[in-house]
Structures are given as structure tokens and as C-alpha cells.
Design a protein around this ligand. Structure first.
Ligand SMILES: *Cc1c(COP(=O)(O)O)cnc(C)c1O
Length: 393
């Protein structure tokens, strides 16, 4: 007789046999251009720490001060007795940064998506969602009884057709798209999507997780990048990528945030970010408000590295951002490539199915403002050697 968990054992074995098993490595130092992974000091090419803020002295100092003043925990869920002046101050700071009326913070970006999507639509409504949207959007849609229409990737025309065809029989219409698509680094055609949303009186929500701190003036994100401030109803963001900390938020009109404070379930049923986290988030936003130097450095580094990779002959896809996918095809090749990079002191993760489609496995290189020119030259050199060795070049 088999054990109850035989199905798990079988599934794990299948993952290992097909080269899709994810061996998770352990980081033993702070984040930075170089860090210690499984006992080895390696160049960090796979974190979302775009601006190097995860270990920034100003953020650490803010966290320490909040720790002394407010302690380590919020004490309760926010709606009962866990809203501290710090959370409100962060929200005010974020709203100012995004040039919107108000913002509401969540424990994570995933929670912001879950809570917001589920609060906005129900059984008589419809969601129109890009086929490559982030998993937290896909699962957020699953939390509602709203009808779901998945439009082809970045296809504003396909979106318009779906709204024309399906929009009439529903009450509310919610369009959701990633701003920057995290696996390929391409952008949503936001100006066209805004027009479609306005034509059809649909609510428009943009997930700006990989856009803020990267795109727009002072890293205000994709809406600012396209000059669309005031025309996107809901901006969702995370504090865990360019901002270097952890947490999520929704930015938009005051009635939206007021409603979410009453209805968003992660806000009502899960405790908020800790005082040190929240203070560090606020320091990150203020730092970007005061200077865009790190963002300029990020783009300069990205241009240099992508240019180098292209002249070596690598296929780096169609990224419009510092995200650099090195397209390799088969998952097994991507994994071997990643392993060889690690031997040569570079940590860059292989990404395969189901995170990306079958046959589109890649190494995803994440460039940061923390990298020096010397770091990038080192990376280009190692990529060239390993590329030749594995006959990719
Ligand atoms: C990372 C990410 C999220 C989730 O953000 P967390 O704060 O880590 O939960 C949501 N959407 C997109 C597009 C992301 O890349």
C-alpha cells in the first residue's frame, strides 16, 4: 500500500528527471553587487535590488530609529489596532511620490493585488487580463467570481476586441496589466490601453512592480514614463524590488483607498508591515524623491551590459528595461549554463517552465546600480567563456 504522499514523491522525481527541479541556494550575507551564496563570494546578477537600496545606510538608519521608537511588531491587523503613525506617513509619502491623491500599504505586492482585485469585482463583472501577467494577478482574479478574459500579450487591439465583444453583458470592467513584464523586460503599451479603457469606461489597473524605481522621472514608474498621470485608475506597487525592502501598495484616488481600507481582505485579516520595514520603505521613497542619480546609474549599467552581450552574439530578447533575458531555449541548457556561471563566481538563475513557456528557458540577468564597470566587464568575460564552452556562441 502506498503512502499518502506518494504523489508528492512522484512529482518531485518527475521534476528532477525533467530538469525542472529548482535547487534553492542560500545567501549568507547582505545584498549587494557581490554577496556570499552557499559559502562562495559571487557576483550578484539575479536580485531585484535594482538600485542597491537593500543594504543602504540611510534605509538601515531609518529602520534602526523606528525599531527603537516603535519596536518590532504592529500588534494587530491594521483595521483593529495595528495602524501606526508610521504606516500613515508611508502612505502619504507614497501618494506624494506617485502624484496621486492617496496610497494604501499592504504586507506585500502579492497581497496588494489579491486584496484589490477581489474587492473591486464580483459575479456580474469582468476582468480583462494580459496573458503574461504576474501570478499574483492571475491568482487575484481567481479570488473573484468575475468573468475572466485573457487577451494576447501586449495586444491593445485584442483587448479592444474583447471589450467590444464581452463588455456589453457585464456591469463593471476591470483591465489589468503588468507595466514591465518581469521575465522579458518588455513594457505594456500603456498609452493604447488607456485609450481602450477610456472608450469602454473600464477601470484600469497597472502592476508597476518592475517599473517603479526604474522608469519615469525619479523612478515614479510606468505611468509617469508615458506621461499618463491621472489617466490610470489604480497603480499597484511593491517595496521589495527597486525600493529594496518589503511591502506592497495601491496608489490612486482617495475613494479607492478608503474603500480598500473597508474591503481588502489582506488589509483586514493580516497584520501590517513591521515598524523597521515601514520606516525603511519611507526612507527609500524619500531618497528617490531627492535624487535620481542611482536610476541614471542603473540605466547606464544596463546599456553597457546589454550592448556588450549583443556584440558577443547572445540573444537577449526584446527587453526595454534593465532586465536582461539571455535566451537559451532548453531548460537543461539554461541550468547547465547557470551552474557553469556559478563555478566562475557569477550567480544568475536559470528560468524555465512553468515560469516561462516551454522551449524559452533563459538566464535572467538583473542589472543593478550597485554594479561597477569592472563587475560588468567581469560578467561579460565569463558569459563569453561559458557561451563558447557550451556552444551557445
Ligand atoms: C514581484 C512582483 C509582485 C509581488 O510583489 P511582492 O511584494 O514580492 O509580493 C507582483 N507583481 C509583479 C509584476 C512582480 O514582479
Amino acid at each position: 500500500m502506498g503512502g499518502k504522499f506518494d504523489f508528492i514523491v512522484d512529482e518531485l522525481q518527475q521534476l528532477k528527471d525533467s530538469g525542472l527541479y529548482n535547487q534553492i541556494r542560500t545567501i549568507e550575507s547582505s545584498q549587494g553587487a557581490w554577496f556570499v551564496v552557499d559559502g562562495v563570494r559571487v557576483l550578484n546578477l539575479c536580485s531585484n535590488n535594482y538600485l542597491g537600496l537593500a543594504n543602504h545606510p540611510e534605509l538601515k538608519e531609518a529602520a534602526k530609529q523606528a525599531l527603537e521608537q516603535f519596536g518590532v511588531g504592529p500588534g494587530a491587523v491594521r483595521s483593529i489596532a495595528g495602524t501606526m503613525s508610521l504606516h500613515l506617513e508611508l502612505e502619504k509619502t507614497l501618494a506624494g511620490f506617485k502624484h496621486v491623491e492617496d496610497a494604501l500599504s499592504f504586507q506585500s505586492g502579492l497581497n496588494a493585488n489579491f486584496g484589490t482585485i477581489a474587492a473591486l469585482v464580483g459575479g456580474e463583472d469582468a476582468i480583462f487580463t494580459d496573458e503574461l501577467n504576474h501570478a499574483s494577478i492571475i491568482d487575484g482574479c481567481r479570488l473573484t467570481k468575475a468573468k475572466r478574459f485573457i487577451y494576447p500579450h501586449r495586444d491593445a487591439k485584442g483587448l479592444r476586441e474583447a471589450l467590444e465583444k464581452e463588455g456589453k453583458s457585464v456591469k463593471k470592467k476591470l483591465i489589468i496589466t503588468d507595466g514591465v513584464f518581469s521575465m522579458d523586460g518588455d513594457l505594456a503599451p500603456l498609452p493604447e490601453i488607456v485609450e481602450v479603457a477610456e472608450e469602454h469606461e473600464a477601470i484600469l489597473m497597472v502592476d508597476d512592480a518592475h517599473g517603479e524605481g526604474v522608469l519615469g522621472a525619479h523612478g515614479r514608474g510606468i505611468v509617469d514614463h508615458f506621461g499618463l498621470v491621472g489617466r490610470v485608475d489604480i497603480e499597484m506597487g511593491t517595496m521589495s524590488k527597486a525600493f529594496g525592502v518589503v511591502g506592497g501598495y495601491i496608489a490612486g484616488k482617495q475613494e479607492l483607498t478608503e474603500y480598500l481600507r473597508q474591503r481588502a481582505r489582506p488589509f483586514l485579516f493580516s497584520s501590517a508591515g513591521t515598524p523597521p520595514d515601514v520606516a525603511a520603505c519611507m526612507a527609500a521613497v524619500r531618497l528617490l524623491e531627492s535624487s535620481d542619480e542611482l536610476i541614471k546609474q542603473l540605466w547606464e549599467n544596463a546599456r553597457y551590459f546589454k550592448g556588450g552581450m549583443k556584440s558577443l552574439g547572445f540573444d537577449i530578447g526584446l527587453s526595454e528595461t534593465p532586465i536582461t533575458p539571455v535566451m537559451l531555449g532548453e531548460a537543461s541548457l539554461a541550468r547547465r549554463f547557470s551552474k557553469r556561471l556559478f563555478d566562475e563566481k557569477i550567480f544568475a538563475q536559470a528560468i524555465g517552465y512553468p515560469t516561462v513557456p516551454m522551449g524559452k528557458a533563459r538566464i535572467r540577468v538583473m542589472i543593478s546600480a550597485a554594479h561597477s564597470r569592472k563587475d560588468l566587464d567581469f560578467a561579460l568575460n565569463v558569459f563569453e567563456c561559458v557561451g563558447k564552452e557550451l556552444k551557445v556562441l
